[in-house]
Design a protein around this ligand. Sequence first.
Ligand SMILES: C[S@@+](CC[C@H](N)C(=O)[O-])C[C@H]1O[C@@H](n2cnc3c(N)ncnc32)[C@H](O)[C@@H]1O
Length: 216
Amino acid sequence: MSTIADGPDTSLMRKAYARWAPIYDIVYDGLTASARRDAVAAALACGNKVLEAGVGTGLSLGDYPAQANVIGFDISEHMLLRAQDKVAKHKLSHVRLLTVMDACRLGFPDAAFDAVVAQFLITLVPHPERALDEFLRVLRPGGEIILANHFGVDDGPIARAEEAVAPAVRKLGWSSAFKTRRIETWAEQHPAASLVEVRPAFPLGFFKIIRVRKVG
Ligand SMILES: C[S@@+](CC[C@H](N)C(=O)[O-])C[C@H]1O[C@@H](n2cnc3c(N)ncnc32)[C@H](O)[C@@H]1O
């Protein structure tokens, strides 16, 4: 498997996920399954050519049907090796390529995909707007960026509840510091991006699905 030249941001992330890789599925599979399925359904509504950004151990790859055409990338080769094992074990022939890549520097041409799915990724990227710019670039007009993640809310009782549970959920790698508003602001400022929806997902809206369409 190929590797990439590390910057300071990416090398820390790669070290962290080298440690997470052996236990990732045990911790996250059940928790994220419902949101993952929602995200995959939203992507397939756009078409079959899907880019799975930060595909990790490939938990969502089995949710795509045989006629899909899925390319996945991740910054961690340790996570990707587990995704490759799933592809081989379950004969997921719709997965055309798994490769090491940084979300902020995609090696794909413009307008190559119907949908870019980023599940539990965007809040980890040090420059999320750069990644969103790249996702938009590789989408065809009318295609969508689908984000599945925990995003914090700005204020009100839910924001206070998030603060109360913050120490516990931080242990699982989730922070409420990254607000939905940040994605909305990026979309407002980008002429080719249109926010379609912010939808609560299981459990109880803790995860959200955000859809952004490429216009023009
Ligand atoms: C929380 S895991 C989510 C994995 C998978 N999407 C899922 O839902 O199970 C986050 C993944 O993002 C990857 N990642 C973090 N920063 C990245 C970046 N800049 N570019 C590509 N992948 C990145 C990590 O290596 C890790 O596999």
